[in-house]
Design a protein around this ligand. Structure first.
Ligand code: URA
Length: 236
């Protein structure tokens, strides 16, 4: 693939801008500067540097992001900064999008990608991809609340009950809740429906993929091939 095309595809700007970037000696592979933007390179397994930062080549970008509180999952946020301000501009240029959204005050695992098929597969209600939330509650939990969440609760504007597919009590005020849908404020509304109230909400897993313990809030990482396979295997 021609270098200018590769850089454009990977989010480094317009074709013209990418040509200038290369001509200005800002592109290298294995420490060797290549200043001919029309040179052909094999992108398979490629790692390249722009301005001394190394980038792996991915035809489609898929990243894990640990969302902090205080950010909206929107490109045009209304009341708080958007999560995209926390990511490299190359991702925005590539038009990566979050798979589903978390509320402004919810933290935890978000998958972002420019792979439309993956977004569709993970968000399709038909596939019932499990999402696990750690829920911190205002009032002590009891067995009746947990059973009601598993049996299904009615959310005010919807005739279909919302079910948890698993609910594990961690302590009197903490619950690990698994749902397979993504209705508006679903977890908060489910807990309100059983007479409790969510004080803090963190997503800890999506489709069998757990939030890495060593990924701090506000940080992202590429999804490894094995993780990607695991994710696809959840949505056949
Ligand atoms: N349920 C909610 O209520 N909020 C979220 O951010 C995600 C699920």
């Amino acid at each position: 693939m021609q270098i200018d095309r590769l850089l454009q595809q990977q989010g480094f700007g317009t074709r013209k801008g990418c040509r200038n970037l290369v001509r200005n000696g800002r592109f290298s592979i294995d420490g060797e500067v290549i200043d001919n933007p029309f040179a052909e390179i094999d992108p398979t397994g490629l790692k390249f540097c722009v301005d001394d930062r190394e980038w792996p080549y991915f035809e489609k970008a898929v990243i894990l992001f640990n969302k902090p509180a205080g950010y909206e999952c929107s490109r045009k946020p209304k009341h708080h900064p958007g999560i995209y301000t926390l990511l490299p501009p190359q991702f925005v240029e590539r038009d990566i999008q979050s798979v589903g959204r978390l509320d402004e005050d919810t933290t935890g695992l978000l998958i972002l990608t420019d792979d439309g098929q993956l977004i569709h597969a993970l968000s399709s209600p038909r596939r019932k991809v499990p999402k696990v939330y750690r829920v911190t509650l205002r009032h002590p939990l009891d067995e009746a609340q947990v059973q009601a969440l598993l049996d299904g609760v009615l959310l005010n504007d919807d005739p279909d009950p919302a079910h948890a597919t698993a609910a594990g009590i961690i302590d009197s005020h903490t619950l690990l809740l698994t749902i397979t849908e993504g209705r508006y404020h679903q977890v908060k509304r489910m807990l309100a429906a059983v007479g409790n109230r969510v004080e803090a909400l963190a997503r800890v897993a999506v489709g069998g993929l757990e939030l890495p313990a060593d990924l701090p809030e506000g940080q992202w990482r590429w999804l490894e091939a094995a993780d990607l396979e695991r994710l696809w295997s959840q949505c056949p």
